[in-house]
Design a protein around this ligand. Structure first.
Ligand SMILES: *[C@@H]1O[C@H](CO)[C@@H](O)[C@H](O)[C@H]1NC(C)=O
Ligand SMILES: *[C@@H]1O[C@H](CO)[C@@H](O)[C@H](O)[C@H]1NC(C)=O
Ligand SMILES: *[C@@H]1O[C@H](CO)[C@@H](O)[C@H](O)[C@H]1NC(C)=O
Ligand SMILES: *[C@@H]1O[C@H](CO)[C@@H](O)[C@H](O)[C@H]1NC(C)=O
Length: 203
């Protein structure tokens, strides 16, 4: 399968070691664009990218969206008793339903290659390579950077990065999905990418 060519991005930041057992209420992940009315205010929907693997595909406008496939959760460690709070680390989780209504708790990691700066968030069973993310006060999804290596010498600096795009991506299938552009202040090399913000909207 094609996905075997992908390497886990920034594995050192992966959330694999932590336990994320406190779950928020469910929410939709909604995409906002300042330039494109068509993708503005649309939900992301889990779409098949391989055996028990999903991508975050461009979905219907709110409020036309229904339950399964568009309901996500935020799992935090047990110290965070209010998993819907802002600016706490956690993982984006999803309940994949398989045969006989069995649920497979799954979570987001990020697939990347060495040949594109466009990485593809994907949902895998379990938490082994889950990527740690945050939501801010406006419920916008971000990744926290602890070090700025764009200067010499690099400095310790907290930055909230929101490098989300909607692009045609090629993980296993060709879909229009959520994507992340790797590197601070760079443009996506994939010409289909459109800048968006991603917000959680409680169900
Ligand atoms: C998220 O937390 C819930 C509640 O503890 C748990 O059932 C589920 O397995 C967790 N999800 C993942 C992906 O670990
Ligand atoms: C808006 O987004 C849609 C879906 O990705 C795309 O087909 C269309 O070309 C975009 N429109 C503009 C003006 O960029
Ligand atoms: C996008 O949607 C928001 C919320 O519905 C709206 O306030 C904003 O004007 C829209 N922007 C565009 C470019 O369509
Ligand atoms: C799965 O759940 C749905 C909705 O609750 C139900 O209609 C269906 O019969 C169930 N299927 C199986 C195989 O249990």
């Amino acid at each position: 399968m094609r996905s075997t060519i992908f390497v886990p991005v920034l594995a050192t930041l992966a959330a694999a070691q932590s336990q994320y057992t406190t779950r928020s209420p469910d929410f939709h992940l909604v995409v906002f664009s300042t330039t494109n009315e068509t993708i503005n205010n649309t939900a992301l929907v889990a779409c098949h990218e391989g055996a028990a693997i999903e991508g975050f595909c461009r979905g219907p406008k709110l409020p036309d969206t229904s339950g399964y496939g568009t309901n996500f959760y935020f799992n935090t460690s047990s110290e965070n008793t209010v998993p819907g709070a802002a600016n706490i680390p956690g993982i984006l989780s999803y309940d994949l339903v398989i045969a006989d209504n069995q649920t497979v708790p799954s979570s987001m990691n990020v697939a990347s290659t060495l040949v594109s700066n466009v990485a593809v968030p994907v949902i895998y069973p379990g938490t082994s390579s889950a990527y740690e993310v945050y939501f801010d006060e406006a419920d916008e999804l971000y990744v926290l950077s602890w070090r700025d290596d764009t200067v010499d010498p690099a400095v310790g600096k907290e930055e909230r990065l929101k490098q989300w795009y909607i692009c045609t991506t090629y993980y296993s299938y060709t879909y229009v999905t959520l994507a992340w552009v790797i590197g601070k202040g760079v443009n996506p090399q994939n010409p289909t990418c459109q800048k968006v913000t991603v917000k959680r909207v409680w169900v």
